[in-house]
Design a protein. Sequence first.
Length: 253
Amino acid sequence: MLGKLARPFKPLLEAIAQTEARISLAWTAAAHRRLMRVQWKLPPVPEHMDHHIDVFYQFRAQRNSLWAERGVFGGLALQGGDVLELSCGDGFNACNFYSLRSRRVIACDFDPRAIKTAIRKNGAPNVTYVLADIRTDMPAGKFSTVVWDAAIEHFTQEETTKIIRDIRTRLTDGGILTGYTIVALEGGEKMLVHHEYEFKSKDDLADFLAPHFRNVTVFETAFPMRRNLYFWASDGPLPLTPGWPDVTARSRT
C-alpha cells in the first residue's frame, strides 16, 4: 500500500536521495583526504594504509584501481578453507575480499595501531585479528591460503627466507601462498622508508620463490606511479592453470 501511495512521488524522492548522496560523497571524500594528509604528511609515516581512504577519496581523485586489484588477485587463490593473512594492516582485504569466501580468516600484524584500526573498521564474524610479529611469532595452524600482501618488501631477504619456510609449515597439501609487492625504482631510491628489500623484476621475485615451491607464478601490472608484482606459489595447482578446479580451457587449432 505504501509503495502505491509513494509511486507518484518517485521522481521527487529520487531527486532528494541523489542530492543527499552527492553531498555525503563530497563530505566523505574531503574527510578522507584530510585523514590521508594527517597520516602521511605528518611524521612518523605509518606502515599501513587505511584503505577507506582509497574507497572514498583516492579512487575518484586518481582513478587508480590498485587498491582493488590486490584483493581481487589475492582472492583468486581462495579455496574456501581457513586463511592466514600476514601483515594485514587495516584489515580491509581480510574483511572485504577474503572473509565471505572462506571458512575462517586469521589476520595478523605487528603494529598495535593497525590491529586497532582493523577491529574498529573491518570486523567480520569469521575474521580474527591477532597482534603478532611474523618473524618470531607467526600464528600456528593449517591454512589452505596464506596471504602476504604489500608486506614482503618490509623484510630483509634473510627474514623473508625464514618467513617463507614458516609459511610452508602452515600450508595444507595444495595450499597456496599469494601476495603482492612493488617493483624497485630504477634509480635505487626506495618507495617507502620502511622498505628493506624491493624486488627488481618478475624474474627476481620468481627466482626467490622457486626454491621453496614446486609451482610459482609472478605477473606484473603497471600504473603511472608504480609497477606491481603479484605472486602465487604452491606445490599444487595455481589459479588459472590446468588442474585448478575453477578453470575450464578450450583451444582451436
